[in-house]
Structures are given as C-alpha cells and as structure tokens.
Design a protein around this ligand. Structure first.
Ligand SMILES: [Zn+2]
Length: 386
C-alpha cells in the first residue's frame, strides 16, 4: 500500500507499507497493483489519556438536569453500586469500539474505587481486551480521606491490580488533607512501581494549588515521567506569577498535564455573569516546553451527555476555547493526540522505516484540515485484533 504526497510529521512525503511494516519513506513510485491513497494526513494511532469507562454511556440513564459537576457526581453515585459486572463490561467494550473506529487503540480509564465490583470488571477487561492497550487508574471519586471506608476501598482497588494510583485532592475535606492524599498516592505508587494520575485542582478559584505539591512529591519520590495531573483548571485563575512558578515545577518534575476540553468547558465557569472559562494554561505550558495531553474524559456520561470517543473533536473544542488557532498551535493540537497522549503508556510511536504500520489516513490535506473537517480516518493495523 502506498501513501502519496501526504502530510507526515510536518513534511509532505510518500510512505509505503508492506507486510504490516513501514518499509519506505520519501519520493516513491507506485508498483503495479498497489493500492494508493493520496494527499491526506498520516499519523500514528491515537491514545486516550483520560476517560471514565465505568460511567460511559450512562448519560441517558441519569440525565443531568442542572448540568453541574455536583449533580453529575450525585447521579453517578446513585447508579454506581447497582450496575454490576456485565453492565460495566458491555458499556466499556462498546465505548472502546467507538475509540477504535476513530483510530485510538490505547486508552487510560479511571475507575471509581467506591465500587470494587466495577474495578474488578475494568481490570478483567484490561486483561482480556485484544483491541489495544488499556490502563486502569484507581480513582477515589468521593475523596480518600473523606471517610476511613473510602481510603480502604481506594487502597484495595490499587492492590487489585490497577496500573495507576489516582487521587482527587481538591475534593478532600481541607487543603491540608488534599496534600496528604497526594503523599499517600505518590508513596503507594512508588512502593508498588505504579503510575500516578490525579484529578488535580478541577476548580475555578486560585486557592487550589495541589499541582505544586504533586510536582514536588514527584521529584522527592523519584516518580519523574510517571505522574499525570488531570484538569489543573484552577491554574487559569492563578496570578501570572504563580502560574509561572507552577509551570516551572511542571517542567522540572516532568509531570504531564492532561486537559479535558469537553468537561472543562461545560462544567466549569457556570457561575453568574460575566462567566470565566475553566481550563488550564495550555498555550503557556506549550510555550515553556511542557507536555500536555488532551483527554475526552466523559463519553455520554452523567457529567457530559455528548461525545463520541473521537479525540479529534476534543482537540477541535480545545483550540477554540483556549485560543490555540495559530497554524503552529493547530498542528500541535492535532499531533498531541498521537504523540503526547501516548506518554502515560510509557512509549510514543513514530512513523519510521521498520516500525509496525499502525497508522491513520485522514482525507484532509494537513492537520488544520483534519480539525476543520474531522473525518473518520482509515485505520491501518500491523496486526489485526483477534
Ligand atoms: Zn475525569
């Protein structure tokens, strides 16, 4: 198969695939009988760094009347314990199928540790899913220090075999206990050789600064490259001076920030007019050289009723409300999905000769056109899932 005059990594080149491998890159002539796809955008498979598969597709069962984060949490809490293994598996599998149809074959899901049956279901799915790589984060949705039972369940979920330790410091009873929850999470991850993935400062006031603590703990405990801070929306409201300090710590510690455009734009900034936005400082993080992932977060769940597991839509949303519309920023937003989004899985794929031909072809001339048109890609797999 030959890709002709395609946008690949900022260049217009041809690429040949044979026997499941990328065999040539450059200026190439078609061979007799070879399938040719021309003038598109080609990139590696996409990765999803932040979704909640235990809650996915439940938005219709529990409509969020007020549209708020709080009602989302309450509606989810009412459903969570009665779902059962099969219900969780069915919805998670269906959602993973949607991701796959849009070329995303690595997915990191959070799972609410308040229901260990749901945790077991997603670990079972991780161990049996043949469509790609799935990681599970032990996420204490109601906080871990809000009751001894919550901490116990969170610990047990981690010990059941989750890949990453989660936390939600802004949801703990005090800012001090929020920081303590981060120490517990980072120490547990360090002891067990796991990743850390925190719902961090998903608030819209400047008093939430748990990101600073998380970066310092990451360095103290030698967790560089293994820590993700999701949301970080309070940073939007920090002073420029504090934000500069925070971004420097992010760089120094190697913590990756993951922004979640859909949930952040609808769940935050809902107060009285004039309304603010609720998102992290993606442009400043990028300018400083930090790695930022883009998550879908909710797929038709109690927090966000829309979504279809197409990460290009999430990038499209982000470039609008975060003012990322320069040519360079549009390219970065799109390429993040197949580069920085893979970081939490421990490796970033590249389209090079000799590499497996796990790639996507979009009928769109370049990344800006992919964002403008948002077409479903043609998905090539080096090895078809069994
Ligand atoms: Zn989340």
């Amino acid at each position: 198969m030959l890709f002709v005059d395609c946008w690949i990594d900022g260049r217009r080149v041809d690429l040949r695939v044979d026997g499941g491998l990328i065999v040539e890159l450059g200026r190439l002539d078609p061979r007799p009988g070879e399938e040719v796809l021309a003038r598109g955008t080609v990139c590696p498979h996409l990765a999803e760094p932040h979704v909640h598969l235990d809650a996915a597709l439940l938005g219709r069962r529990a409509p969020n009347v007020s549209g708020t984060l709080e009602e989302g949490i309450a509606n989810w809490a009412a459903l969570r314990d009665g779902l059962g293994r099969q219900d969780v598996l069915d919805r998670a599998r269906e959602t993973l199928g949607w991701y796959a149809s849009f070329g995303c074959t690595r997915v990191r899901t959070h799972v609410d540790t308040g229901c260990l049956e749901n945790v077991a279901a997603l670990i079972e799915l991780r161990d049996t899913w043949t469509g790609g790589q799935l990681q599970v984060v032990a996420f204490p949705q109601e906080g871990m220090l809000t009751s001894p039972r919550h901490e116990e369940h969170w610990r047990e979920a981690v010990l059941m075999g989750c890949d990453a330790v989660g936390a939600i410091p802004h949801f703990e009873p005090t800012r001090g206990s929020g920081d303590r929850s981060l120490r517990l999470a980072c120490e547990l991850a360090s002891e067990r050789g796991l990743y850390v993935d925190v719902h961090c400062d998903e608030r819209e006031t400047d008093e939430f600064r748990h990101l600073l603590t998380l970066c310092r703990l990451s360095m103290e405990l030698g967790l560089e490259g293994r820590v993700v801070a999701g949301h970080c929306t309070a940073m939007h409201h920090w002073s420029d001076e504090l934000a500069a300090q925070g971004i420097e710590l992010v760089l120094e510690s190697g913590v990756q920030v993951v922004t979640n455009p859909f949930d952040n734009i609808v769940l935050l900034g809902r107060g009285s007019y004039p309304r603010t936005r609720g998102h992290t400082r993606v442009d400043e993080l990028w300018a400083a050289g930090a790695s930022v992932g883009i998550g879908h977060d909710s797929v038709m769940d109690p927090w966000y009723r829309l979504g279809n597991a197409n990460l290009v839509e999430a990038a499209y949303m982000l470039v609008h409300y975060a003012h990322l519309t320069s040519e360079e920023q549009l390219v970065r937003a799109f390429t993040t999905l197949s580069s920085d989004n893979h970081r939490c899985f421990g490796s970033v794929p590249r389209l090079e000769v000799g590499q497996p031909a796990d790639l996507l072809f979009y009928e769109a001339a370049d990344p800006a056109e992919v964002l403008r048109l948002r077409p479903a890609p043609r998905v090539l797999r080096a090895s078809a899932p069994s």
